[in-house]
Design a protein around this ligand. Structure first.
Ligand SMILES: *[C@@H]1O[C@H](CO)[C@@H](O)[C@H](O)[C@H]1NC(C)=O
Ligand SMILES: *[C@@H]1O[C@H](CO)[C@@H](O)[C@H](O)[C@H]1NC(C)=O
Ligand SMILES: *[C@@H]1O[C@H](CO)[C@@H](O)[C@H](O)[C@H]1NC(C)=O
Length: 620
């Protein structure tokens, strides 16, 4: 190659890295009719700085997404609308547990006035969510395919469950959400009033090359680009060194910009950010736990047929099937390697139970509400879009993510959530056929785990023997792949932030569990799943087995005391979606090793820096 062709190739390479080759934001072809019930907002005195992830120390923002994985999808319009809507639900619920993450997947599959992965408009997404029920990510996980390229609207794309050995199905009941009022807003002052008084909004913007290349600071385009091709959410405003800016959350992952955010100069309509914004208010469907009750017609809807295939779900040997009785051995080792002593622990100098006496700890301790703050990462459903026995990767990454939220005192840009799919891709303890939670801590210690905006959960084993950079953290560019094309030829590996553990160790017994949870945060524990546990719907569960066979992994996030019966219980988080148990959580009686929950627990100490390995060499 001569010098000129190298330069041309480099330029091409840069051009090809574009994430918005085609506009992801497209005006709806049908007229949209805003629904305005309450009186227009009256101007209020505004503070200089107002950002919804720190309002008097409270973080009201929901998770930051990457719309371009597992393959490219031009869903910015659905992402910006569902994120702003999720934030406003969180604001209405005063940031109390649980965070609700509205599923953009439902919108890109079902909003027929928009073009799915080929683009749409946030205002239209709000109109759709006003006219129709929507669900959360544990019902309809993001698959980056819309009605235009592979995932059409059907009852099963609204909400799904999958179990091994059978077709996937629509759950009997699940939570739904609706937009109440929605409308348009533009101009600096009106946008600030809307954001300050009611919460984040979704806005269209132009995307000059310099915005794609943005890495930090207050952004200002100098080319005069006002061609709106992208939708983002504006979550606040501020002033720094006399320069006014908007705080913008993008949906390009945390590896872009300032942890996924960009501050855009305010008051100049730069990149047309003050031209065309939309807002929506949530209808309160949560106070009375309103659920959608699935009808027979919905269960049998012929449109489901294309999405019921539950494969490739893991095949098991006859012995494994026998041992698990019902095929559900997700945790494949009766004892974690850490507990068994076959994986050397990395212990801190002092163990929490050596400095904390369980009898002196509070009667109730629940990380869903400590100091009036919910420190927990979002709910998971390991069983969608297809069945995957990844509990061992879920209970561990979820409790570790909680611990990072605790470490940062919830003062992170958005709640932290670690990628279980990276763990599966790298076989760090197992696969969708089950695994050992110990491997996750070892991986976190040796390598560090990326957050979920690096690898979308696809519930599949990697087809490769080794895990390469693309299996750990990736991004993808357009065009949206057609149905049947996996689009991976347009993806590349990206650098990412690593979440480590400085120590990890095993523990068992109620006293040690309490001391560990109190001092450091949620832990992951093995559990024996039974039919009774599967059918759990609420209350304090109790089931003692004399020959417990641990086959599942969950997180224990706290404990409590039932005053009426003087019963102590654990508070556990499962990874079976919000439609299971109490919003995905359960209570189980303490001290009796019910379902072996006090037998095989593991914990890790969160760290942002790569830890040093302990040396055990004998000094002669
Ligand atoms: C504001 O000024 C401080 C101190 O000079 C500097 O560190 C910071 O980067 C400036 N911020 C911006 C956005 O320019
Ligand atoms: C919840 O139910 C109560 C009692 O039926 C009712 O008074 C209240 O308005 C309902 N709240 C919502 C938000 O639907
Ligand atoms: C809760 O508040 C107390 C008192 O301000 C403080 O000492 C403690 O660190 C807080 N706990 C967490 C987890 O932030």
């Amino acid at each position: 190659m001569n010098r000129i062709s190298i330069v041309v190739a480099l330029l091409l390479g840069i051009a090809m890295a574009h994430r918005v080759d085609q506009p992801c934001r497209r005006k709806s072809t049908k007229p949209i009719h805003p629904v305005l019930k309450s009186a227009p907002l009256q101007d209020q005195a505004l503070p200089d700085n107002w950002i919804w992830n720190n309002v008097n120390g409270v973080n009201y923002l929901t998770n930051l997404k990457n719309q371009h994985i597992p393959q490219y999808c031009g869903s910015c319009w659905a992402q910006s609308a569902t994120s702003a809507f999720s934030d406003r639900i969180k604001i209405a619920r005063k940031a109390q547990w649980p965070d609700i993450n509205i599923a953009p997947q439902v919108v890109i599959s079902c909003s027929m006035n928009d073009d799915g992965c080929h683009g749409g408009e946030a205002l239209s997404a709000f109109e759709f969510m006003h006219n129709n029920e929507v669900t959360d990510e544990t019902c309809s996980i993001y698959q980056a395919r819309g009605h235009d390229n592979g995932i059409e609207c059907a009852p099963i794309t609204m909400c799904k469950n999958c179990q091994p050995g059978s077709d996937c199905f629509v759950p009997d009941q699940y939570y739904t959400y609706r937009v109440d009022e929605f409308g348009q807003v533009s101009g600096e002052q009106a946008m600030m009033q809307e954001i300050y008084q009611r919460g984040p909004i979704a806005c269209g913007i132009a995307v000059p090359d310099s915005l794609e290349a943005y890495t930090g600071g207050i952004y200002k385009d100098t080319t005069g680009d006002t061609d709106i091709v992208h939708d983002i959410s504006v979550v606040g405003f501020g002033v720094e060194n006399g320069t006014k800016y908007w705080v913008v959350r993008n949906s390009w992952g945390t590896h872009w910009g300032e942890s996924g955010f960009v501050r855009v100069i305010r008051g100049e309509n730069n990149i047309a950010i003050e031209t065309d914004c939309a807002w929506a208010t949530p209808l309160d469907t949560w106070s009375n736990k309103t659920m959608h009750h699935t009808t027979d017609a919905e269960k049998k809807d012929p449109k489901n047929a294309k999405y019921v295939k539950n494969g490739p779900y893991p095949e098991r040997t006859a012995d494994e099937v026998f041992l698990a009785k019902d095929h559900k051995t997700c945790k494949r080792v009766p004892q974690s390697a850490i507990i068994k002593g076959t994986l050397s622990e990395q212990k801190p100098a002092v163990m929490p139970w050596d400095e904390l006496n369980a009898n002196t700890l509070p009667a109730n301790w629940d990380w869903r509400n400590v100091n009036n703050t919910n420190f927990l990462s979002w709910n998971k459903n390991q069983h969608i879009p297809i069945y995957c026995g990844s509990c061992w990767a879920q209970g561990t990454t979820s409790s570790l993510a909680d611990r990072f939220n605790i470490l940062l005192k919830d003062h992170n840009p958005t709640p932290i959530d670690l990628s279980a799919q990276t763990i599966i891709n790298c076989q760090a303890g197992g696969s969708c056929n089950g695994g050992d939670p110990s491997g996750v801590y070892e991986y976190a210690f040796e390598t560090g785990i990326p957050d979920v905006s690096c690898e979308q959960y696809v519930a599949k084993n990697s087809q490769k023997d080794t895990c390469g950079p693309m299996d750990i953290c990736k991004d993808c560019r357009g065009p949206p792949p057609a149905e049947g094309d996996d689009g991976q030829q347009n993806c590349w590996a990206v650098d990412y932030k690593k979440y480590y553990v400085s120590n990890y160790y095993g523990l068992s017994g109620a006293d040690k569990m309490k001391a560990e949870i109190f001092k450091n945060g949620p832990i992951s524990c093995g559990l024996m799943v039974t039919d009774g546990f599967e059918a759990y719907k609420g209350g304090i569960y109790s089931e003692k087995s004399f020959w417990p066979m641990i086959n599942h992994e969950i997180a224990v996030v706290g404990w409590g005391l039932d005053e009426a019966t003087k019963t102590e219980y654990w508070i556990g988080r499962n990874s079976w979606g919000t439609y299971w148990g109490d919003f995905g959580f359960f209570k189980i009686e303490m001290h009796k090793d019910n379902l072996a929950i006090e037998t095989d627990c593991t914990a890790g100490i969160p760290s942002f820096t790569k830890p040093q390995k302990q040396h055990f060499e004998l000094i002669q």
